[in-house]
Ligand binder design. Structure first.
Ligand SMILES: Cc1cc2nc3c(=O)[nH]c(=O)nc-3n(C[C@H](O)[C@H](O)[C@H](O)COP(=O)(O)OP(=O)(O)OC[C@H]3O[C@@H](n4cnc5c(N)ncnc54)[C@H](O)[C@@H]3O)c2cc1C
Length: 414
């Protein structure tokens, strides 16, 4: 029997999260209001988070870890509760948060970024026991954070074009290269860095990339500059310069030459996160548009009486409904089927990110000039929605995966 009802225990978790936000996060919002509400204070002159913003984020992280939320989706092998809170829980919880709070930077800090670039990410599976004992307790408490260094100036969609190299030197590895667009690089203590260890295997696209944990030591591994984008005065993404970083063998994660599969592993849950964020944010925007359509008057009636507005509202609702069911179905497949639903994971990433942008665009239109103001925050979420079509595999790369699966005979929609 298929059930689309949110399970009772999930409703309780969501209620507990709302309470946590009320009791622990809202006081911080008041304390750091000036920095949170004005981008001129949110970022410093170099486009980095202002010190007080870093302080606020750290407090949310530490409180979230203490309450058990920070690690609730983490891999069980490292002490996370991802076995209890699988893809369906991820989908329902992220949706609930974004629907209620929209794109709220403080609230977003409750969980590690994307669930795969930081925290107890699947990318850490295969750590050396010594490194694991040393770092995992501190990662779990939110004391130290990570970043995920895969992309490079000349290697984005085509990861195989990677130039960062790791060369063996006794019981150490010497790593050289540049990583680009790396989320959280400026604030992380360690980078999960992917490097070429066997160029011949890489040339054949048969492996040859290995994953290492590289400390940001301020000399050999450094986040050099933040990259402002989409009208922001700064950002969380940065360029990472790695010059003769010497890391011990125990910092290798997983098997030699097998880093590529590792990189893809965590991205799956990241795509559920991203798609569910989109569904929550789209409902947040639609709620605003419905309220406005019921209040704002033009030509003697509230604008909700005009058919053109009704059509936009209906188009938003249809797309949200379709997207939401896609995500839940895909999450269900991830939890209940042996094989990873590769085609469906790509579908939800591509569809939900594009859906959110269309929904936001209509909701801005319904608000008229008000929709363009900072006050409504719709334009900010629209800019964010636009960015989502690029990271974790562009829309085109997702469609390439979907088509390849279809052509290989995976034509089932069940
Ligand atoms: C906000 C943000 C955060 C990010 N965070 C991280 C991070 O933490 N860690 C990390 O490693 N990376 C991160 N990235 C990088 C991201 O993963 C890459 O930007 C992405 O993989 C695309 O690579 P690219 O930008 O080099 O575009 P390219 O690969 O150069 O693509 C350019 C265009 O060509 C298209 N294209 C390329 N190949 C094909 C093909 N075979 N078929 C059809 N079309 C194709 C693309 O879809 C795109 O439209 C982040 C990016 C952003 C924007």
């Amino acid at each position: 029997m298929i059930s689309f009802q949110t399970p009772e225990e999930m409703k309780e978790v969501i209620a507990a999260l709302y309470r946590f936000i009320e009791v622990e996060v809202e006081p911080l919002r008041k304390k750091y209001q000036k920095e949170l509400e004005n981008e001129r204070y949110f970022y410093d002159e170099n486009g980095l988070y202002a010190e007080r913003i870093q302080e606020a984020f750290k407090q949310v992280r530490l409180k979230s870890a203490k309450a058990g939320f920070y690690t609730m989706f983490g891999v069980p092998e490292l002490g996370g509760s991802g076995d209890k809170f699988g893809p369906i829980a991820v989908a329902l919880i992220y949706e609930a948060i974004l629907k209620k709070y929209g794109l709220d930077p403080l609230v977003m800090e409750i969980f590690p970024a994307g669930l795969f670039t930081d925290g107890l990410t699947p990318a850490l599976l295969g750590m050396h026991p010594e490194t694991k004992d040393e770092l995992v307790p501190r990662i779990s408490k939110g004391e130290i954070t990570l970043c995920f260094g895969l992309s490079e100036p000349d290697a984005g969609s085509d990861v195989w074009a990677m130039k960062t190299k790791a060369v063996k030197d006794g019981d150490h590895w010497i790593i050289n290269g540049t990583k680009q667009w790396i989320t959280n690089a400026h604030y992380a203590q360690y980078g999960i860095i992917f490097a070429v260890t066997d160029p011949d295997l890489v040339a054949k696209r048969k492996g040859g990339i290995t994953c290492f944990l590289v400390p940001f030591d301020g000399k050999t591994c450094v986040a050099t500059s933040s990259i402002p984008y989409m009208g922001q005065l700064g950002s969380r993404i940065a360029i990472v310069s790695i010059e003769n970083a010497r890391v011990p063998e125990k910092n290798m994660i997983g098997d030699l030459h097998q880093g590529f599969g590792k990189a893809l592993h965590g991205v799956d849950i990241g795509r559920i996160v991203m798609a569910s964020n989109c569904i929550g944010a789209a409902q947040w925007a639609l709620d605003k548009a419905i309220n406005y359509a019921n209040e704002r008057k033009a030509f003697g009636v509230t604008i909700g009486n005009h058919q053109a507005i009704q059509v936009m509202l209906a188009d938003c609702a249809m797309e949200i409904y379709a997207a939401r069911n896609m995500v839940l179905h895909c999450a269900w497949k991830m939890e209940n089927q042996d094989k990873l639903p590769i085609k469906e994971i790509s579908m939800i990433k591509a569809y939900c990110t594009e859906m959110l942008q269309r929904v936001l665009d209509r909701c801005i239109q319904i608000h008229g000039a008000m929709g363009l103001t900072n006050e409504m925050k719709l334009e900010k979420v629209w800019r964010w929605a636009r960015t989502l079509r690029i990271p974790d595999g562009t829309t085109e790369i997702q469609k390439r995966t979907i088509a390849r699966r279809l052509l290989q005979g995976d034509t089932s929609f069940q």
